[in-house]
Design a protein around this ligand. Structure first.
Ligand code: ANZ
Ligand code: ZN
Length: 869
């Protein structure tokens, strides 16, 4: 048999598949459907190994399901709007559209060289006007439904370039081009009302059993539901400015009220603003807080700082007890009420704050088994359960009971005709700000009319196209500077109006692309009946970095699209799988990182040593890390496919680690995979001429034939179960085993009997079908060598004969006095009594008994035999 040459074979079959339209989904979703989707790529210009891994996995599922008779939808497209195209435009004077579409063309060619079973007829890019046109339709529908609205919100403002910056353009608090300190500015911006579904988005997580637990937990924390109380504190007369008689705080721990030692408000709280008018030092403090940033992330790490205002608050349960009110940097304005009471003993932030400002630390929750007379809080707050103490009428209660007692008492206490406390559910989740002051995004289809205000563009005027003639010579949004694009006619009054120049966050584009794939050329965003037939996506595969925002936004979108009649769906993704990364060793020559292609290895005294190919210099082998440009440990899929072929790259990607873990790319591993490709090819090629037209075996009696059949059927059964569970590495291991078995059993096929030849024919057919999802080109080439003229990808999955899976004997560990002393092989259907007898007859037991009787004989069928002597 000649060596297998992937470079010749792979393109030939790719072309044949394309011409046969082999992987196109049957359009109106007839039959039993299966929708498998990998997160679509950003067209950066080249695919990387992470893509190869992601798409190889998805392709196994798609091909497998197709072989199982499903009408499979496996589409591909491009998440094509976003900053990098605009950055490229600014740096290299190339139009974002040109840059993007050229990148798409090269990445498409690269993906095609992987031999993925994609339905390319459905391809689109989110920057295609046909796509963003439909997104504008959705926007208008959301607007009508009250799911899109405008409000003031903060943006990153670069005071030197005089422009709004995307978060990615802010590096260490500075503008990426100007280096100027970025300020927060308020702008009126567009929002999607994701909070409308906060409860539903949370609840529904419980009904997604095929999602990783960690992703569900991340979503849950992001939504962040907390049940608490809004408590009104009276401010002591004479200490607070006019108009501020009380301060409402949000707390989830009213049970700790007797451990309170201060109150604090956010720098942006109205009380702080009032006080600052007559207190320059406070005004400075507030300005400083703003400069440092008030995002939750910024506050998490910043040192706790406060300013004592002189205002005093009266404890709700004791008119004689007053507490100081601070302005503090760790209180967020946009959560709860922007005000808290601090209980240092049971909240770490409050404790850090109290230590710094020497405020009392009174524990009020006593952990079980602690002595109330000596229990003390040192550097760590106690957040756990226990019994309330130091808490007057709450003493002896559990925290939950204390919560209820406080809620009831303060709920019944009236202040100016309203209860002093009310229950309140708060969410961490905020509405989704979708405005971006950028060019390369979907224009928000609204107009600003001097007479009518904000007016949606008329539907018949859609799409609002991005103008092509834009300049990137200055920072900022080119749409704002365009000479004519902004001028429009108000669809309501016919007067002059100004176009909205904000475009949509690119997360909007990726929040519904999976639905668009079901009818990618439709005039409307979806064709509801078709969308409903395909959706939800049965298996979604992608990186865990999208575990929160992208998935949450998509979950919001299906709800909003349902509310506006575009589909009827509860959740977008029935199954979710997050794959691990592709990592690689790093290499260093002095202070330079060296790419793997410039490194050669040798073995010296059993030690692996590396030298630099170009210079001969010795090289230090560094840690195994995520492939990155900065460490230069990137392996280019194109090189790998060029030298070994796509099947080898796919096979190695799938073989080495469980798919949710990181996989270490090594040259040796790739070579090993390539050798396996050759071996399998030889096995099939050498056997093919001797199979004759052996009929499929009905039943076999010969030992060799039976062994071959059993190996084939067991492998098929195991691989089936593995793929169903996405355990690709296990499936690969089983195929290796089968190839080993067959290599031994088929060695003398020319002289074998017909029965063995028939069994071999069947086993090879199985083998080819089992590798087809992972190595489709090799499988197809083998299939042809086996005398077939059709596509193996169009054939059905191996039919497994259950009878061949059953073992006719089992081997049980044989213990004497609880220690393993040997094995006992018995017929699979042996009774307990049979096993006992077999044990007693065995040499080890007879030796141990030395003619005597066992004290006890324990038989657990299928598991173990223990003889007590
Ligand atoms: C008193 C208390 C005592 C609290 C205690 C906690 C522990 P979650 O679960 O995230 O909702 N808080 C309320 N509003 C805040 C704001 N705007 N900025 C910063 N912190 C705020 O957390 C609710 C708790 O976070 C609230 O309960 C409040 O502190 C604080 F032993 O009240 B707690
Ligand atoms: Zn008007």
């Amino acid at each position: 048999t000649e060596r297998y040459n992937p470079r010749a074979v792979e393109p030939r079959w790719q072309k044949a598949w394309d011409e046969a339209k082999l992987y196109e989904a049957r359009s109106d979703a007839p039959g039993e459907t299966y929708y498998v989707l990998e997160m679509f790529p950003y067209p950066s210009g080249r695919i990387h190994m992470g893509h190869v891994r992601n798409y190889a996995m998805g392709d196994v599922v798609a091909r497998y399901k197709r072989a199982r008779g499903f009408n499979v939808l496996h589409p591909m497209g491009w998440d094509a709007f976003g900053m990098p195209a605009e950055n490229a435009a600014m740096q290299n004077r190339v139009h974002p559209a040109k840059w993007t579409y050229e990148n798409i063309a090269s990445m498409r060619a690269q993906l095609k060289s992987m031999g993925l079973s994609l339905d390319w007829s459905r391809e689109f890019a989110t920057c295609d006007v046909e796509y963003y046109h439909r997104q504008q339709m959705l926007f208008l529908d959301f607007l009508d439904a009250g799911l899109a609205y405008r409000k003031k919100s903060k943006v990153n403002w670069d005071p030197v370039d005089m422009t709004v910056l995307a978060n990615e353009q802010v590096e260490d608090g500075r503008g990426w081009r100007s280096g100027a300190l970025v300020e927060q500015r308020e702008l009126v911006q567009w929002f999607f009302k994701i909070t409308e579904y906060a409860d539903d988005l949370l609840e529904a997580l419980d009904h997604l059993p095929n999602w990783p637990d960690k992703v569900r937990l991340m979503q849950k924390n992001w939504i962040g539901k907390s049940e608490g109380l809004m408590v009104r504190w009276q401010l002591a007369g004479g200490t607070a400015p006019a108009g501020h008689d009380e301060l409402t705080v949000f707390t989830t721990r009213p049970d700790t009220l007797f451990g309170a030692s201060f109150l604090a408000v956010a720098a942006d709280h109205p009380l702080a603003a009032s006080l600052a008018r007559n207190d320059p030092a406070l005004a400075d403090f507030i300005a400083e807080c703003r400069r440092a940033g008030t995002s939750a992330e910024a506050l998490e790490t910043a040192e706790k700082n406060g300013y004592r205002t002189g205002v005093e608050a009266v404890h709700p349960f004791d008119p004689a007890w007053t507490l100081p009110v601070y302005v503090a940097n760790f209180v967020l304005m946009d959560y709860g009420t922007g005000a808290i009471f601090g209980c240092p003993a049971h909240d770490q932030r409050d404790l850090d704050f109290a230590r710094k400002y020497e405020l009392p630390v009174t524990p009020v929750v006593l952990p079980s088994r602690e002595d109330p007379t000596v229990f003390t809080i040192y550097a760590e707050a106690y957040g756990g359960d226990g019994v309330l103490f130091n808490s007057r009428f709450l003493d002896g209660m559990s925290p939950q009971e204390g919560f209820e007692a406080v809620a009831t008492r303060l709920g019944e206490t009236m202040l100016d005709g309203a209860p002093q406390a009310v229950r309140k559910v708060n969410f961490r989740l905020r509405d989704w700000g979708v405005s971006r002051q950028r060019y390369w995004g979907c224009p928000i289809p609204v107009l600003h009319c001097e007479t009518c205000g904000v007016v949606p563009e008329a539907r018949e005027n859609l799409p609002v196209r991005l103008p092509d003639d834009v300049e990137f010579d200055k920072p900022g949004n080119p749409l704002d500077r365009h000479p004519t694009w902004r001028q429009a006619t108000c669809p309501r009054c016919g007067g002059g109006a100004r176009r909205e120049t904000d475009t949509m966050d690119t997360f909007v584009d990726s929040s519904w692309y999976f639905a668009r794939f079901t009818s990618p050329r439709a005039e409307t965003p979806t064709v509801p009946a078709i969308a409903d037939a395909w959706l939800p996506v049965d298996q979604y595969i992608g990186g865990v970095e999208h575990a929160i925002l992208h998935l949450l936004y998509s979950r919001f979108f299906v709800r909003a699209m349902k509310a506006t009649g575009h589909l009827d769906l509860v959740e977008p993704f029935r199954g979710l799988f997050t794959q691990g990364m592709v990592v690689h060793e790093t290499y260093k020559d002095g202070r330079d990182w060296v790419p793997p292609s410039d490194v050669a290895f040798k073995e010296v005294d059993g030690q692996r040593q590396a030298t630099r190919v170009s210079t001969g210099a010795p090289i230090e082998i560094g840690g195994i890390e995520k492939m990155s440009k900065s460490k230069r440990n990137v392996v280019d899929p194109e090189d790998i496919i060029g030298s070994y072929g796509a099947d080898t790259a796919r096979w190695f990607m799938l073989s080495d680690s469980p798919p949710d873990r990181d996989v270490i790319w090594t040259e040796a591993g790739a070579e090993g995979a390539f050798r396996f490709v050759q071996r399998l090819w030889r096995l099939v090629g050498d056997a093919a001429p001797h199979l004759g037209d052996a009929a499929r075996p009905a039943s076999v009696t010969g030992e060799t034939a039976l062994a071959i059949r059993k190996a084939a059927h067991r492998t098929a059964s195991g691989v089936t179960a593995d793929i169903e569970r996405l355990g690709f590495n296990k499936a690969v291991a089983r195929v290796h085993e089968l190839v080993n078995t067959l290599a031994g059993a088929l060695g003398d096929l020319a002289r074998s009997d017909d029965e063995t030849k028939a069994a071999a024919a069947e086993a090879l057919e199985f083998l080819v079908k089992l590798i087809a999802p992972m190595m489709p080109h090799l499988a197809q080439e083998c299939w042809t060598v086996l005398g077939n003229e059709d596509f193996v990808a169009a054939r059905s999955w191996p039919q497994i004969d259950e009878a061949l899976l059953r073992d006719d004997s089992v081997t049980l560990p044989l213990q004497i006095n609880g220690k393993k002393r040997g094995d006992l092989t018995v017929p699979a259907d042996a009774s307990k009594a049979d096993i006992e007898q077999a044990a007693l007859d065995s040499q080890v037991v007879r030796d141990a008994l030395n003619g005597g009787q066992p004290k006890r004989l324990v038989v657990v069928p299928g598991r173990i035999v223990n003889v007590v002597v």
